[in-house]
Design a protein around this ligand. Structure first.
Ligand SMILES: *Cc1c(COP(=O)(O)O)cnc(C)c1O
Length: 500
């Protein structure tokens, strides 16, 4: 068979595969992935391998001659898979668990194959049109204006950076885009809670605002930022001659998945004419589920919003939706069109390169489209609700066990819990166990659970001490997985207790 390279259906040894090889290798890849997914429960969630060993095995130098794909795939099977922490594992509960769902996996393959560059409408019409479409669908799911500006970016951290760049540009009398900040006499201030994600700080570094100008306002007893504390911080800064520019509120905070009081914060932002960016990277899409909708914090008053399909909506990395209610606020920062890219967009056309600093852009919309169409809104709601229900169960069993406590509640499927063995409780009055003891015991439980390879957790440090964090969100997680986790937690706690 003649292939696209004019060859005879076999590799030239120094180039691309033939289409025959592509098909054959593609079948081998699908069969490899079938094995991987069907055996995922049996894999250790997290590997025990040190960096030196792993790097030595991988970095054997680039080969002079092209290799057989069978060898490459074998090495992927033996060197890569066993040495990954498996985010796809149903007992991965660290950070915020996510899922590369199967439609998403194949969509990424197709997107790589079609390889459009969605920088200009004209450079990729259907990719740009699909991006616009998917952004409207996601906006409807989030309950925000479908006709505002939006763009798909690689992650929430950069989305927050871009939003804050737009916020800064929107300040009257300040033209940082043109003049920079050199010589500007006032400090530009951004407010966020003591619970906000570190991406706010990173944005301040990159934007030249400076870490010292991120004002971390204390959250309340439930770890939510509220209007009065925010207004107080702003007043203090105004009295000191600083220039407040923006507030970043969080819907689904990182440590305990709390929501800030977005409505109260929006009132303060209105009063002081400040840009309100809402980081709903984690918390945005749970409102699709009935249990999430009941308690959802409305997002429509935000000037900009970020939410993460790659965290909650079963999309493979990297796809994040950034929205901006003010038309053109993002292009007003980032539009900079050299002659070779100059086009005259017609009605409805969007040149997405104007919405962020990124020029060449992959086709991120395809996987979101495939996922939403494959699941349907009902399917998504069911799966999200399932995670919420599993978290509720774990909270209940841990909360009613005298050796454990659940010190903070959340509407999201993130469970913070800690082991408080009888010995510790008996030595101290209620609520006065030394934080160091809580940490030592629970860090040991965490290490034991993770070393078991059966589940993988992370931790957080709250005001009343260290907690184990169990994020439930993987699409393959079943009740039996959470029961097994609870068993493992108690077993590991027993070992730690016995060793004290
Ligand atoms: C996950 C998360 C982020 C970072 O998201 P990336 O997409 O990994 O950059 C930011 N903020 C919050 C609240 C998050 O949960």
């Amino acid at each position: 068979m003649t292939d696209v390279h004019g060859g005879e259906g076999r590799s030239t040894g120094h180039g691309d595969w033939t289409l025959d090889e592509f098909t054959r290798n593609g079948e081998a890849v699908l069969s490899f992935l079938d094995d991987y997914f069907s055996g995922i429960r049996e894999l250790p969630v997290s590997p025990a391998v040190d960096a030196t060993t792993l790097l030595a095995r991988l970095d054997t130098g680039p080969p002079q001659r092209g290799e057989e794909f069978a060898a490459i795939l074998d090495d992927t099977r033996s060197l890569i898979v066993p040495h990954l922490t498996h985010w796809n594992h149903p007992r991965f509960h660290a950070y915020f668990s996510n899922t590369g769902s199967l439609p998403g996996v194949l969509a990424d393959t197709v997107s790589a194959a079609l390889n459009p560059n969605a920088m200009l409408w004209k450079s990729a019409p259907a990719a740009s049109a699909l991006e616009k479409t998917v952004l409207r669908w996601l906006a409807a799911m989030l309950g925000i204006d479908q006709d505002g500006d939006g763009v798909l970016v690689n992650g929430a951290s950069l989305a927050t950076l871009y939003a804050l760049a737009a916020a800064r540009e929107a300040v009257t009398g300040l033209d940082v885009r043109q003049d920079g900040l050199t010589g500007y006499p006032r400090r530009l201030r951004v407010y966020t809670s003591d619970q906000a994600h570190s991406s706010v700080d990173k944005a301040a570094i990159v934007l030249g605002l400076g870490l010292g100008n991120v004002v971390r306002v204390p959250s309340d007893d439930g770890y939510s930022l509220r209007g009065p504390a925010l207004a107080e911080a702003i007043e203090r800064d105004l009295a000191a001659g600083h220039l407040p520019i923006a507030v970043v509120a969080t819907v689904g905070t990182t440590a305990v998945a709390a929501d800030d009081d977005v409505d109260g914060i929006a009132d303060v932002c209105e009063r002081y004419s400040l840009w309100l960016h809402v980081d709903a990277a984690y918390g945005g899409f749970w409102r699709l589920a009935p249990g999430g909708a009941e308690v959802a914090t409305p997002l429509e008053r935000a000037d900009s919003v970020v939410a993460n399909p790659h965290k909650v909506l079963y999309a493979p990395m990297e796809v994040t939706a950034l929205y901006c209610r003010h038309r053109d606020a993002l292009p007003n920062v980032f539009r900079l069109v050299p002659e070779y890219l100059r086009t005259s967009p017609e009605d409805g056309e969007v040149d997405y390169m104007n919405y962020s600093p990124q020029l060449g852009r992959s086709f991120r919309a395809l996987k979101v489209w495939w996922i939403i169409r494959s699941f349907g809104l009902e399917g998504l709601a069911d799966r999200l609700q399932h995670s919420i229900d599993l978290a509720r169960w774990l909270r209940e069993v841990a909360g009613s066990d005298p050796e454990w406590e659940v010190p903070v509640q959340s509407a999201y499927p993130l469970v913070c819990l800690r082991y408080l063995p009888r010995a510790l409780r008996e030595q101290h009055a209620p609520g006065s166990v030394p934080l160091g003891d809580i940490e030592r015991v629970n860090a040991a439980v965490l290490a034991a659970v993770n070393a078991s390879g059966t589940s993988f957790l992370s931790h957080a440090v709250l005001r009343d001490g260290y907690v184990l964090r169990v994020s439930i969100g993987n699409i393959r997680t079943e009740k039996s997985d959470i029961e097994a986790l609870w068993e493992q937690l108690r077993r590991s706690a027993g070992q730690v207790g016995a060793a004290r």
